[in-house]
Design a protein around this ligand. Sequence first.
Ligand SMILES: [Zn+2]
Ligand SMILES: [Zn+2]
Length: 411
Amino acid sequence: MSERTGLDRRILARANALADELVAWRRYLHRHPELSFQEFETTAFLESRLKEWGLQPVRRTPTGLWADIDGTAAAPGGRRRTVAVRADIDALPIHELNDFEFRSARDGVMHACGHDGHTAILLGVARTLLEMRDELPGRVRLLFQPAEEQLPGGAPQMIAAGALEGVDEVIGLHLWSLLPTGKAGICAGPMMATADDFTIRVTGRGGHGAAPHEAVDALACAAQMVVALQQVVSRRVNPLRPAVLTVGTFRAGSNFNIIAQTAELTGTVRTFDEDTRRVIVAAMERIVEDTAAAFGAKGELDYRYGYPALVNDAAVTEVFRGAVRDVMGETALVDVEPFMGGEDFAYYLKERPGAFLFLGARNEAVGAHFPHHHPNFTVDEAALPYGVAVLTATAWRLLEGRAAGLATAAV
Ligand SMILES: [Zn+2]
Ligand SMILES: [Zn+2]
């Protein structure tokens, strides 16, 4: 038996004792969802809870805040660490189709990604840590972050406002509809993708379908671009690096006997690393410019960068794994494959070592089996205490310098 067992058991017991409150907070938030960057009521709700508990929330962005919990126990080795734990608090522009009594009270706005659960979990972490403050060997910063669902994301705003100042490591989780309640998954390295989108505009010279020599055919030119773009991933990208370049729409032409004056393509690019992303963007620029030039047309690439890839630090991932096994049980930990969706937690991981966990919240018996962003989405509330316990236990281990120890050992 590890020396941790006693502490982990007490953390889990406290998290379980909060179960009713976690459900109440989550349902209140679910009933009152707010869109990205508009989370004013949510933030006011959080602010008053935290103040009620004697904390001093810092609010330097319109709808985001953080609060520090200072443990009073001695830090191991005398090095006092700070670990940030992040929850995203925003909802989506979706009209809820669930009919439970705490369904969204706002038409067209819904917590359809589980961020209501993340927020409730972080409140639970606060309560648990406050109850165990005299044993806590360092500082935990709770980050309540707005606008995960909308570019440019709330994370860069929080970072610019100083949310990571003095922070050694940062952790977070997502309730995950692809995993059953009681399981959790994580992988070291890239776990979520960049999610960029683009528009390509081709301008030629319209004309009569019977007189191509008098015109510049934007449609034929754009068709060549679509073909050439298929070679970017297959011929330019390192085959050991995953990447997707999809052209999703092609609009050109107005009639059978008219040569198209303009054409427009849109699509998305997904990768797990910045180098691959740069290679793809550079190749696309060349294809668009040079193909247009070859046709005597004008080509323009409007490339919009989404969130960066989410890359988990290997040592912090290992600490997370240990906490999942010790708190949720040996069989709780599963390996997950990287997921090609985007997540703005990636920004924190560009600044500090940290990791992000997928926490199972799927349970058909309670209707929690719809995909994220579905109008019938909901989470299994039985997952909430696990979230509290795993985040608390992981933060605690990091305060003890576990990840730093692993990182040094690995060198
Ligand atoms: Zn989402
Ligand atoms: Zn989400």
